[in-house]
Design a protein around this ligand. Structure first.
Ligand code: TXA
Ligand code: MG
Length: 324
């Protein structure tokens, strides 16, 4: 069947939808699943052909490693030869939840997942629907789901089933609609293989939260703010809409730029976000997508303060604003 003709099953969040999603995973297909962060494009993480389908659908460069999602920490340990004290501590504190742990891989991890690296990224998601699929898939299959964000490589991540359908509806086998993602931005990634442990991607689990969980170990994690991080795919110019994104630290600066745009007849849309930073994070990608759909020349965005999840929102916005 050609990609154009291919029909994406739209599954609903009930026992039948979960059973169908599980069947597709067992058969080596691709199904977009709701997580608390963003929708992921899932496939059996132990099946090389299934994993290859994720790369093709996303148009993601081969060699970019994928996160394996599992039901619980016991299943996570199977995929690591060194699930060390940092990993154990953070897993206990934050799983299930929006945290991905980078640990030394075991021989159970196929090369297609790790991109040939010695490490693997593992996460236990908190979304009830994803949990149910993981549980069902552990009964009848590997129980390990590889899932990058369910968007085309480099574009804005999806936080609704509709986003997934509009981006890749003709490229995947199914989408399971679990409503709007409550966190709204991708998981925090902590590299547990380095000393000190390092946050490679900011998210809802902040450096402060990581360090308060680690306090009793005496280990203090750091944050990598280099645009080109050791986790491929987090280079600048990611999460990017088509319009040019301009960022502003305060509403005065935004207003005076807005006046200039009006004077020069530059079509623009503005995003003011929300003072409630958790709400801002939850709506960020919808706001960017909706703004882009109006096809303005520029999207003017008011940055949140760099506090709590505001740090992660700013990170995504800087990437959305990077030249592309
Ligand atoms: O919230 C999330 O993490 C979502 C949901 C679906 O779980 N997933 C997600 O996956 O954001 P993805 O593939 O879009 O982003 C994962 C990032 C990529 O930048 C990838 O390069 C990095 O994690 N990564 C995965 N495995 C890695 C590894 N072994 N070493 C370094 N970076 C790794
Ligand atoms: Mg992604």
């Amino acid at each position: 069947m050609s990609e154009e003709q291919r029909k994406c099953l739209q599954l609903i969040d009930n026992a039948q939808g979960i059973a169908q999603a599980t069947e597709i995973l067992c058969a080596g297909g691709t199904v977009a699943l709701p997580s608390e962060t963003v929708y992921g494009l899932g496939a059996d993480a132990t099946n090389a052909l299934a994993v290859q389908k994720i790369f093709s659908a996303k148009n993601r460069p081969n060699g970019h490693p994928l996160i394996i999602h599992v039901e619980n920490v016991n299943s996570a340990r199977i995929f690591s030869d060194d699930f060390n004290v940092v990993a154990e501590t953070l897993a206990t504190a934050f799983w299930p939840g929006p945290l991905t742990l980078l640990v030394k891989r075991s021989s159970k991890v196929i090369d297609e997942i790790s991109g040939g690296r010695e490490t693997v990224a593992l996460r236990v998601p908190a979304h009830e629907t994803f949990q149910k699929v993981l549980h069902a898939f552990s009964q009848v299959g590997s129980g390990a789901i590889a899932a990058p964000s369910a968007n085309k490589y480099g574009s804005v991540s999806p936080t609704t089933a509709q986003h997934v359908l509009s981006d890749m509806g003709n490229l995947i086998d199914a989408v399971l609609d679990g409503g709007n993602c409550v966190v709204g931005i991708e998981s925090t990634i902590v590299d547990c293989t380095v000393n000190p442990p390092a946050i490679l991607r900011q998210g809802a689990i902040t450096l402060e939260l990581v360090n308060s969980a680690l306090r009793h170990t005496g280990i203090v994690a750091t944050e990598e703010f280099t645009g080109e991080s050791r986790a491929p795919g987090m280079k600048l110019s990611h999460y990017a809409p088509l319009a040019t994104v301009k960022l502003f630290e305060n509403s005065d600066a935004l207003s005076s730029y807005e006046e200039q745009c009006a004077l020069n007849k530059v079509p623009f849309v503005k995003i003011l976000g929300h003072e409630d930073r958790e709400l801002y994070a939850r709506e960020l990608y919808s706001l960017l997508r909706d703004a882009d759909a109006l096809q303005p020349k520029e999207i003017l965005v008011l940055l949140p303060e760099p506090i709590d999840i505001g740090v992660a929102i700013r990170d995504r916005l800087f990437k959305a604003a990077a030249p592309h």
